[in-house]
Design a protein around this ligand. Sequence first.
Ligand SMILES: Cc1cc2nc3c(=O)[nH]c(=O)nc-3n(C[C@H](O)[C@H](O)[C@H](O)COP(=O)(O)OP(=O)(O)OC[C@H]3O[C@@H](n4cnc5c(N)ncnc54)[C@H](O)[C@@H]3O)c2cc1C
Length: 270
Amino acid sequence: MHNIIEKKILANTITLLKVEAPLVVRGARPGQFVIVRLDEYAERIPLTICDMDKSRGVITLIIQELGRSTKDLCALKVGDRIRDILGPLGNPSEIEKFGTVLMIGGGVGSAELYTVVRALKDKGNKVITILGARCKDLVILEDEFRKLADEVLITTDDGSYGMKGLVTDALKSLFERGEKIDRIICCGPIPMMKAVTLTANPKNIPTVVSLNAILLDATGMCATCRCTVAGKTVFSCVDGPEFDGYKVDFDELLHRNKRFLEEEKRALES
Ligand SMILES: Cc1cc2nc3c(=O)[nH]c(=O)nc-3n(C[C@H](O)[C@H](O)[C@H](O)COP(=O)(O)OP(=O)(O)OC[C@H]3O[C@@H](n4cnc5c(N)ncnc54)[C@H](O)[C@@H]3O)c2cc1C
């Protein structure tokens, strides 16, 4: 059982929970995730470890309400308990001195980059962050990123805050001002990650994407999260979640992630 010790509403449908998980946090590294199960009968929900406090044994989860399970999770209060937290899972992010690293987050994907930004800064990189959201109310953790990163650019689809447009427009503006970028790391909706790789491709900048394939057991056994990367089948849970964006078959991933839509709709209505 894992106690919830802090809860913060970050945006209309996005909630931050700090949860006691001393055994998970002990070996956790930036870029890894956990599988959360609210109770014995609940669905398994993969969530990134958005921050970690090793001395207190606490992890931070940031959850966007999408369907039944994330709604139930966001409804929990301080003092409530989560039955299972399995992790740390997946491969940690590669943290090296790359030079200038551009971190691009879309929606809740921004939160998933937070520990990686801190680790890259600690290694001496210059870090520029682009945070993209549909509108001002959905921009999260701006102050936290401003404290860490060398520069933060905000884009909103409707222009209610920051630059009007998509994260790729901010990326193009960096190219236009002649910014030399050595690596891009991107986390967000699948069409966004595809668009970022297509925009970065002509400049041949190494571009890493964090895939959100539907996954269940997270041990490489069930194959639910299989994706095609460089023409080969990989399991996002154990081979990823980060991959070379130029080699990912995004269209297949998008198609596979829609395969439980009917069941998800029924679960939300029940
Ligand atoms: C490695 C990884 C890290 C993630 N980190 C975060 C995070 O930090 N914060 C966050 O808000 N979300 C994160 N997600 C996505 C999150 O797991 C899904 O939004 C959640 O499982 C949806 O469950 P639901 O019942 O609320 O919605 P549903 O109605 O069941 O599904 C809504 C949509 O969520 C996705 N989804 C559903 N089940 C899964 C599943 N088992 N695995 C992956 N995606 C699923 C599908 O695209 C689906 O169409 C992550 C996903 C992965 C794979």
